[in-house]
Design a protein around this ligand. Structure first.
Ligand SMILES: [Zn+2]
Length: 445
């Protein structure tokens, strides 16, 4: 993962890009999803570093004659993409080489053995000399990492090419009309980024039950570019989520031990011991589930948990780090999992379609422990979730307010945090203003 040093306010004034006022009014859903894809602001230097690593040869070096690279003759590589089921022998055959060539490379090249483990989608390039022998082999492990093995005499020299993507900063804003997932999609955010956003705020917002029509979010995130083309998304740098009128903000901060995390403007960690909604909310088509009567008993008999209606197969997450104390089946619970978190807390997950953990397993927060189903006494697919404190059932929706807050940055670290995040705070404020102006323009007269 590439970590990008945020521009410091001391060396570079925060930039306020002019916003192209491109906004989408999606009439079909009646949502105003405003995409503010700004004139992309590069926040890092453009550079593709080319590190050449010379690896000492393990065998007898016959001569010391320096080999002059022939720079003016263009190299003609034969590039082959690795398909499932391919092995090096097949690829060599396709490039017109023999198993003898292959054996020579694997046994004499540094890291030659690692070549026998190829992955579908990787690219292997072959360069042949005038005699039709292998002069070099190029392995493109990823857009960022290439290794070239060049024959020199009876052996090979490895050359590693590492590239650094160009980092742009991007912005998105959206107003929620039916679900966070749809709003995010309309703002042009990929699902992984929407999930990340939900993870950041998952300790304070229940993304299945809390979002309301009119909720707004703003995100500042990185986009990584290679050769002028988007390669992938980077980190979320800052985000604000306004849920039912209450605003939550989070800033990415890398602490002195190099550990990244998300913190509120006051320097309190967003990471909580428990996620509120232990279910993949992107599968829930509407985030506005009304509180329902019990699907089987149809009465308000004591219901000691909370039900999340979701399609069968929706991933169910461990709400927090812990250990699986039960994973089994009963007629009432169906497939169920119980997780113990430290001494005091227990969470229970009922009516699962599939269990993905076993008794005794250690689980991490957000780890998939099963999928939503309707096993046991359930009419339709839903997750029944319970939260117990010292063996007593508590309301999972409200208990988090009584649990310890995330850790706060120390007084020593706070100034560093503020220096790192000041630019993001200004950017969020700027996006907020812009969004406000757009909303006023769009308001019906
Ligand atoms: Zn229930």
């Amino acid at each position: 993962m590439t970590r990008v040093t945020p521009p410091s306010g001391a060396t570079r004034a925060p930039e306020y890009p002019r916003f192209p006022r491109r906004h989408l009014v999606v009439a079909a859903i009646g949502a105003i999803a405003v995409t503010l894809l700004l004139a992309l602001v590069p926040s890092d230097d453009v550079s593709a570093s080319r590190a050449v690593v010379q690896i000492a040869l393990p065998l007898e070096a016959p001569s010391k004659i320096p080999v002059e690279p022939v720079a003016d003759v263009p190299e003609t590589w034969v590039d082959i993409t690795v398909n499932p089921g391919d092995n090096l022998s097949l690829l060599f055959g396709r490039a017109g080489l023999t198993d003898t060539d292959l054996y020579h490379l694997v046994s004499k090249a540094p890291q030659g053995k690692s070549l026998t483990r190829l992955f579908p989608g990787e690219n292997i390039g072959f360069l042949l000399d005038d005699d039709g022998r292998l002069a070099a082999l190029k392995r493109v492990k990823s857009p960022l990492e290439t290794v070239i093995l060049r024959r020199e005499g009876d052996s090979y020299i490895a050359e590693e090419i590492r590239r650094k993507p160009e980092v742009h900063r991007s912005f998105a804003s959206a107003r929620i009309d039916s679900s966070l997932f749809l709003a995010g999609q309309q703002a042009g955010l990929p699902q992984t980024l929407i999930m990340e956003l939900a993870n950041i705020f998952g300790g304070v917002i229940d993304f299945v039950l809390d979002p309301r029509k009119g909720d707004v979010f703003h995100v500042v995130y990185e986009e990584l570019y290679l050769d002028g083309e988007k390669y992938k998304n980077g980190n979320i740098l800052a985000a604000e989520f306004v849920n039912q009128g209450k605003s939550y903000t989070a800033y990415r901060y890398v602490d002195e031990t190099d550990r990244p995390g998300y913190f509120s403007a006051e320097g309190v960690s967003m990471r909580r011991q428990f996620m509120l909604a232990p279910v993949d909310f992107t599968r829930v088509s509407s985030n506005f589930n009304p509180r329902r009567l019990h699907p089987i008993y149809k009465t308000r008999r004591p219901h000691r948990g909370i039900d999340y209606a979701a399609p069968r197969g929706t991933p169910v997450f461990a709400a927090g780090d812990g250990r699986v104390t039960e994973a089994g089946y009963t007629k009432a619970n169906g497939n169920y999992v119980v997780i113990q978190h430290g001494q005091a807390y227990t969470t229970k997950y009922l009516h699962l379609n599939k269990r993905r953990v076993r008794k005794g397993d250690r689980v991490a927060q957000n780890q998939v422990i099963g999928t939503v189903g309707s096993t046991g006494a359930a009419t339709g697919p839903h997750l029944h979730y319970e939260f117990l404190v010292n063996g007593v059932h508590r309301n999972p929706r409200t208990i988090h307010k009584k649990l310890p807050k995330g850790k706060t940055l120390t007084q020593e670290e706070l100034p560093r945090f503020l220096a790192q995040t000041q630019g993001f705070q200004l950017q969020l404020a700027s996006i907020r203003q812009q969004q406000l102006a757009l909303n006023q323009t769009d308001a019906p007269r």
